[in-house]
Write a protein that binds this ligand. Sequence first.
Ligand code: FA5
Length: 324
Amino acid sequence: MFADIDAVQEEALKSLSTAGDPKAVEAWRIEWLGAKGRLKGMMGSMKDVEPSHRPAFGQRMNALKSALEAAFEDQQHDTLAAGPPLDVSEPGTPTGQGRRHIISRTTAEILDVFARMGFETATGPEVEDEWHNFSALNVPENHPAREAIDNFYLEGGGMLRSQTSTVQIRVLEHKPPPVRIVAAGRVYRPDTHDATHYSMFHQVEGLYVDRGVTMVDLKSTLLGFAHAFFGDEAEVRMRPSYFPFTEPSAEVDMKMRVKGSWQWVELGGCGMVDPNVLTAVGLDPEEWTGFAFGLGVERIAMRKYGIADIRWLFENDARFLRQF
Ligand code: FA5
């Protein structure tokens, strides 16, 4: 009788070993261990066993059940881990192709134009101290630009930089002139979000410090950029303005084609580096002069690609971003 059970165990395990996928393993479970399975049927034959042999029969049947259940679990685990059978002739599942965000691309294009004009790339931290964001840039202690309502100050000191002009100081602190750099990055201001303002945006800063740098160098650099970026017909206009770190200072407008017609578009600020800034980094303003500019990357990208609302750039709606 026990020899029969041994033979059954062998048969069951052999057939389980040929079940190569989860479906076949489940079919085997139903056949052998299911409510109406073969094991159940064998248990039912207990009544035909001579009473004195029943305990030993029961024990052997329990051992058979345990052996089959353990083998089933192992096989189930192995086939699930192996995954579905691989049909190499099946067509693959296409995956969407990613692309760089329009702001990253525009930034790279701007830096590339300036690189061709001899500007090296520099970087600075987004978490800054007030010295680099204000004091060294000649912004007085009581200046309204420092107010808490206009800046993201951090608990425990420091702030998120509100402009990339901080990199002017970071570079001049370590590198003796002549210095000719551009720096791109994120800046933060608690501005109310609307079609042209966001609380995090990107600027590109330019700085050129050498002997005898003039406004003519500044304007020709910006004009060179405008031609390279927006085309040979683009123009540059400077309107007198005020920034604590430049003197004289100007707003930079560029004339470019917007939806078929030529328009003046304000892109940033610029000016000649204020002597107080040069003094703050230990340079003699009698010997060194320089110009600086800061352009808004979003404004440039929006004009270039005809995007009406800055908020669309940061909603990360793939249907929008995929168009560019
Ligand atoms: C500045 O930030 C000066 N640091 C620029 C500068 C550098 C002047 C060097 C002189 C010398 P302003 O705050 O105007 O300037 O910002 C410059 C540009 O950033 C703006 O012309 C605009 O294009 C962009 N900008 C300003 N605020 C926002 C905002 N909330 N959202 C999107 N772009 C903005």
